[in-house]
Design a protein around this ligand. Structure first.
Ligand code: NDP
Ligand code: OXD
Length: 309
């Protein structure tokens, strides 16, 4: 038995150590030394080359080295009969919340304007609303969304969270389902996207959403680029309907050289860096999951392909 392993940034020894710590004596095989794939039972991957997973006819589970799974499912040939196990990681969640808090505070306190004033040697101070008067809506209340809501609420912001199913988070207004989406959007001074990319969430941030948000609102997208209608966002930024956007994820990554986001004065680009997978904790999580499989148990959480996440 063997494990197919693909992550271009990996420190392979660290993964071998994590497997050894769980007494897993399986060979970790990268694509170059895959040979016959017949004995591969597990795959641990980030963005495996299209078609590679399909060659592994005895594959039992695919472990995602990331919370999202589109890096696997966008391969037109990926074997959809093999369950995918998502990454759940406290450190990833913490990093995501810190990224979001950074941008919420940046917008809330108008720090971008001070950068501009500094360039102009201008001493000018802005008033800003009390934290409780700033409404932040978070789309997605999974592992990352719930934590971000709690932390923003503890800073005093007025937080609304939105998901498919109803949630209860102390001090946070939780709304669920399509019928509440209009409220979530209309009452968002700052709108944060933490939804997985699915058929339902593709371009969920579109012209209609930007128009319904209060004028001068802010967008923070840290989930997937294709959840945004890029031309609509650029138009909303140009008109001032949306004041600024912090974008961490893009339809095409790396962001192409000629993409208008690079030079737009109201856009802050980060290179999919909101919550990079922590290699050590991810390796520990996945090794423990493989141990569970070898002991006859079920790993978790498994992606529900009907829902798309
Ligand atoms: P989870 O799967 O834990 O949570 C997803 C949430 O989205 C759930 O609350 C779910 O609702 C909600 N949701 C899904 N579809 C809909 C819909 N159609 N309408 C309303 N709510 C919906 O995801 P994570 O929190 O782990 O991650 C979210 C995404 O963030 C990932 O898919 C990935 O794309 C991205 N990500 C980006 C990173 C980065 O560095 N930029 C790092 C990590 C993740 P319900 O609870 O009812 O099921
Ligand atoms: C993830 C990501 O899904 O980094 O974990 O985008």
């Amino acid at each position: 038995m063997a494990i197919f392993f693909h992550w271009s940034e990996a420190d392979i020894d660290l993964w071998r150590d994590a497997l050894a710590a769980e007494n897993i004596d399986l060979e970790l095989r990268p694509l170059e030394s895959l040979g016959s794939a017949a004995d591969v039972e597990f795959a641990i991957v980030w963005a495996p080359p299209d078609g590679s997973l399909k060659t592994m006819e005895n594959l039992k589970y695919i472990f995602s080295i990331g919370a999202g799974v589109t890096h696997i499912t966008l391969d037109p040939d990926y074997p959809s009969n093999v369950p995918i196990v998502r990454l759940q990681d406290r450190l990833l969640v913490e990093d995501m919340s810190c990224h979001i808090i950074h941008w919420v505070l940046h917008y809330h306190r108008y720090y971008a304007r001070y950068r501009q004033y500094q360039n102009e040697r201008k001493w000018l101070r802005h008033r800003y609303p009390e934290n409780s008067a700033r409404r932040v809506s978070i789309l997605g209340l999974g592992q990352t969304g719930q934590d971000a809501c709690r932390r923003l609420q503890s800073l005093g912001f007025s937080v609304t969270g939105w998901a498919r199913s109803q949630k209860e988070i102390e001090g946070v207004r939780c709304l669920a389902g399509q019928e509440t989406f209009d409220t979530v959007v209309r009452e968002a001074d700052i709108l944060v996207n933490l939804l997985p990319l699915t058929a339902e969430t593709a371009e969920i941030l579109n012209a209609s959403v930007f128009d319904r948000m209060p004028k001068g609102g802010f967008i923070i997208n840290c989930a997937r680029g294709s959840s945004v209608d890029d031309s609509a966002l650029l138009a909303a930024l140009d008109s001032g309907q949306i004041e600024a956007a912090a974008l961490d994820v893009f339809r095409e990554e790396p962001l192409p050289d000629d993409d208008p986001y690079w030079s737009h004065p109201a856009v802050s680009v980060t290179p999919h860096a909101a919550a990079p997978t922590n290699e050590r904790s991810a390796a520990e999580f996945i090794a423990a999951q493989i141990r569970t499989c070898l002991d006859g148990g079920q790993p978790a959480p498994i992606v529900d392909l009907a829902r798309g996440y």
